[in-house]
Design a protein around this ligand. Structure first.
Ligand SMILES: [Zn+2]
Length: 322
C-alpha cells in the first residue's frame, strides 16, 4: 500500500503549473526553467532544501491558484498509485490582505476535495503552524484549522526551523485549541534537533505522531520512550538525506527504529524537490534499508491506524491490508 502521511503541498507544485501561474503573476521565469528552480540537484543542507521549497510560495497568493495546486497535488498522488494522501501546508505564510488564513485553508481543502472526487483517492489536509510565527499568528492558524475540522482539515502540525526556534511554549495554546477541535496532532521534531525534542512535542503539544524524528535514535532514553509510548514516527528517508540530517540514505535510522519496536509510517515530504515519491521511498526501504515483507506490512498497518482519517475511510483502507 502507499499511504503518504508526511507530504507538503508546497512540495507538490507542478513545474508546468508554476510556469503558468508565474506568467499570470508577472514573475520572470528563472534561468533554466521552473523544474530546475524547484528541484534539488542532489543532497544539500536544510537551508538549500528549504529555499527550493520556498520557490513555490508566491504561487499560493491567490486562492484560485492555491485551489488548483491542491487539486493537482491530489490528482498526481492518485496517478502515482497512492491509497491515501495527507497534505500539509502553512496557511499563514500564504495569507495576505486579499486572502486571509481562512480563505487559504478553504481554497486548499476545496482543491483537495475536487482532486479526491475526480480520482476516488481519499485525502486529508493538515494545517501547519510555524515555529518562527508568533503565538497570536499560530493561534489564528489553529482557529482556522478548527473551523475547518471535519470539512477537509484532519490534522495540525508544527513546522519550521527547530534549531533556531526550539521553544514550544508559545505554541501550546494553539495546539490545545486544535486538539479540542478533534484534529490529529503531529509535529516536526528531532529532525535537526536532538532526540528529546520529540518527547517535548508529545508532552507539551499532545502530538501522537512525530515528523522525521531522525535524531531520536541518537538518544537511548528517547528511543526507549518512543517504543514504550507507542508514538508514531513519520520517516522520510530521501528528505533527511537531502537536508543533510543524515550523511547518506543508507544510514537512515529506519532499521534502528524498527529493531527498537518504534511504530513507523512513511512520507515523501517534498517529492518534486527531491525527485523521490512514495513508490521510490518504499522501494528504498526494501532495497537499501533492509525492510522485508513483514516490516512493510507492519508499516502499512500502522499507517492505516495512525492516519488522521474519518472512521469510514479507515475501514475502507483497513480492508485493503493484506
Ligand atoms: Zn516535513
Amino acid at each position: 500500500m502507499l499511504i503518504d502521511l508526511h507530504s507538503h503541498l508546497e512540495g507538490r507544485v507542478r513545474p508546468q503549473t508554476a510556469a503558468e501561474l508565474a506568467a499570470g503573476l508577472g514573475i520572470a521565469p528563472p534561468a533554466g526553467g521552473w523544474e530546475r528552480a524547484i528541484r534539488l540537484d542532489g543532497p544539500a543542507d536544510l537551508t538549500v532544501y528549504l529555499a527550493k521549497v520556498a520557490v513555490t510560495y508566491p504561487f499560493f497568493g491567490s486562492t484560485d491558484a492555491a485551489r488548483r495546486i491542491a487539486r493537482e497535488a491530489v490528482e498526481d498522488g492518485a496517478a502515482a498509485g497512492l491509497d491515501y494522501l495527507e497534505l500539509r501546508f502553512g496557511p499563514a505564510t500564504h495569507a495576505s490582505d486579499e486572502a486571509g488564513i481562512d480563505d487559504v485553508v478553504a481554497a486548499v481543502t476545496e482543491g483537495m476535495r475536487e482532486g479526491s472526487a475526480a480520482t476516488g483517492m481519499p485525502s486529508g489536509a493538515v494545517v501547519a503552524a510555524l515555529r518562527h510565527h508568533d503565538r497570536e499568528t499560530n493561534l489564528a492558524v489553529a482557529r482556522a484549522a478548527a473551523r475547518a475540522a471535519g470539512n477537509g482539515v484532519v490534522g495540525f502540525d508544527l513546522a519550521g526551523d527547530e534549531l533556531l526556534y526550539p521553544d514550544l511554549r508559545p505554541h501550546t495554546d494553539a495546539f490545545a485549541l486544535a486538539r479540542a477541535a478533534g484534529l490529529g496532532i503531529t509535529c516536526h521534531a528531532a529532525e535537526a534537533a536532538p532526540g528529546p525534542a520529540a518527547r517535548e512535542a508529545v508532552e507539551m503539544l499532545g502530538a501522537t505522531r512525530i515528523g522525521h524524528g531522525a535524531h531520536i535514535v541518537d538518544d537511548p532514553d528517547t528511543l526507549r520512550w518512543a517504543a514504550d509510548s507507542g508514538i508514531v514516527v513519520e520517516i522520510c528517508p530521501t528528505s533527511n538525506w537531502y537536508t543533510g540530517a543524515i550523511a547518506d540514505v543508507a544510514q537512515h535510522p529506519a532499521p534502528r527504529f524498527r529493531d527498537a519496536g518504534v511504530k513507523l509510517v512513511l512520507g515523501d515530504d517534498n517529492p518534486l524537490q527531491t525527485g523521490s515519491g512514495m513508490r521510490e521511498e518504499r522501494d528504498l526501504l526494501a532495497r537499501v534499508l533492509g525492510f522485508g515483507p513483514a516490516d512493510l506490512a507492519a508499516l502499512d498497518s500502522v499507517s492505516v491506524e495512525a492516519a488522521f482519517l474519518e472512521p469510514a475511510v479507515r475501514r475502507e483502507l483497513a480492508a485493503r491490508l493484506t
